[in-house]
Design a protein around this ligand. Sequence first.
Ligand code: GDP
Ligand code: MG
Length: 178
Amino acid sequence: NAVPADAKNLRVKLVLLGDSGVGKSCIVLRFVRGQFDATSKVTVGASFLSQTIALQDSTTVKFEIWDTAGQERYSALAPLYYRGAGVAVIVYDITSPESFKKAQYWVKELQKHGSPDIVMALVGNKADLHEKREVQTEDGMELAEKNGMFFIETSAKTADNINQLFEEIGKRLPRPAP
Ligand code: GDP
Ligand code: MG
């Protein structure tokens, strides 16, 4: 949940969910370190990273990002992972209909078991691979709309829409009562 450090400084736990290989770790590394490493096969380095951004209204948001080291394969562990999360980012790969199905599963799972005020975002990653696209933008939009989620297509490779993703999440966080 968004913990109000004070009115202008928010801090929130963010988890990423989605099939293995959709680019969750690459999205985090692009956002936090500005890097993309096409050679890293497995999640490398820290499984916990944080990054603070400033929004236009001068609110700052500190994202405490939990990245899995492949535990996404074990759905039973997921509740431990997303407990207390104020933000869930559900990621699929636009070249993989199977990963989009898995995203639908995660949406349902979070609606059943996530905190009621969780902010959910749906992300179609690998948008740079448009020639191999198999999940249409409209399908992502529709799933997101039905479930009150924010939707965006990103590329961790080219950095397209990565900062926008986190800015839009920041704008949607519940603000502490004045
Ligand atoms: P995770 O298992 O969801 O954490 O996925 P990773 O971040 O480890 O990425 C899996 C593979 O997809 C790696 O080989 C990445 O180089 C590749 N990848 C990740 N994001 C993108 C992207 O936006 N575009 C392309 N073309 N490849 C990507
Ligand atoms: Mg990973």
